[in-house]
Design a protein around this ligand. Structure first.
Ligand SMILES: NC(=O)c1ccc[n+]([C@@H]2O[C@H](COP(=O)([O-])OP(=O)(O)OC[C@H]3O[C@@H](n4cnc5c(N)ncnc54)[C@H](O)[C@@H]3O)[C@@H](O)[C@H]2O)c1
Length: 263
């Protein structure tokens, strides 16, 4: 029996990257997953999740559409009988320094990354309150904990997701609901594929103390733990899954003294 046996999960951004990897990992651990995204995907982790668990459902919709999310979450509950896990992974990269940033770009990023998370939680929480149980995971970012160049909308949206998650951990803990933000470092997905320049890529790899970007599966493994009863005392955390990206700075003192690994 997998550690999520019998559980029902609702995952936004399920067609690609981290959301799709969470869907597949949850199915492998015994859950049924309802995916919600702008479009279905006939390949990759989501398609594999449906193959392994044909009871999985896909619902097409936009996380900025309150009515669509309400209908999708109600359908999940009515057709599958419960709602144990929510992962808010739908997101976009919003770029620009403040004086160069078009207000429309700020609105778009906040709407999808922050408001989409808020809206899904708004409709999932009453069901979980009735059940007196549930685990919500909001995919924020290390960029919600520390800033990065040229990404003002993204930084602002992810910082908001981190504190919204902590707020909900406080307001709903006594209802038996755990809420955590997951803060990945750079992860190999279509979103990060824009890092094409080899020099930039080497600097990004090097900013992670493990010397590389992460995989969607490495984030999904943590989500599966947080979704499970093994994490029964974990709530209100902003859990980094970042290969040491946010641990601190490194200036190469070990290399200077010949103490770094040479192979
Ligand atoms: N890839 C990274 O380096 C990285 C790092 C930290 C955090 N994250 C976060 O992880 C989450 C997933 O990103 P990813 O890397 O898997 O990206 P991705 O582009 O592979 O997947 C994002 C998914 O969200 C969906 N989506 C976008 N807008 C939507 C909307 N309005 N309504 C419904 N679905 C929508 C897309 O269709 C896509 O399937 C995002 O919130 C992202 O900010 C990513």
């Amino acid at each position: 029996m997998g550690k999520l046996a019998g559980k029902v999960a609702f995952v936004t951004g399920s067609s690609s990257g981290i959301g799709a990897a969470c869907a597949l990992r949850f199915v492998e651990d015994g859950a049924i997953v309802v995916g919600f995204d702008l479009a279905d995907s006939s390949e990759g982790d989501w398609a594999e999740a449906v193959k392994q668990q044909p009871k999985c459902l896909f619902i097409e919709g936009d996380v900025t559409d309150d009515d669509a999310l309400k209908a999708a979450i109600e359908k999940t509950h009515s057709e599958l009988g419960c709602l144990d896990i929510v992962v808010n992974s739908a997101g976009v990269a919003g770029v620009g320094s403040v004086h160069l940033c078009d207000p429309a770009e700020m609105d778009r990023t906040m709407d999808i990354n922050f408001n989409g998370t808020f809206l899904a939680c708004r409709h999932a929480l009453p069901i979980m309150m009735e059940q007196r149980s549930g685990s919500i995971m909001n995919i924020a970012s290390v960029e919600g904990l520390e800033a990065q160049e040229f990404t003002a909308p993204y930084n602002a949206s992810k910082g908001a997701v981190v504190l919204l998650s902590k707020n909900m951990a406080i307001d709903y803990g006594r209802w038996g609901i755990r809420v955590n933000a997951i803060c990945p470092g750079f992860i190999e997905t279509p979103m990060s594929a824009a890092i094409e320049d080899p020099g930039m890529r080497a600097r990004v790899d090097g900013a992670h103390q493990l010397g590389r970007m992460g995989t969607p599966r490495e984030v999904a493994n943590v989500a599966a733990f947080l979704a499970s009863d093994e994490a029964s005392f974990v709530s209100g955390s902003a859990m980094t899954v970042d290969g040491g990206f946010s641990a601190g700075k490194r200036f190469g003192v070990d290399e200077l003294y010949g103490l770094a690994p040479t192979d």
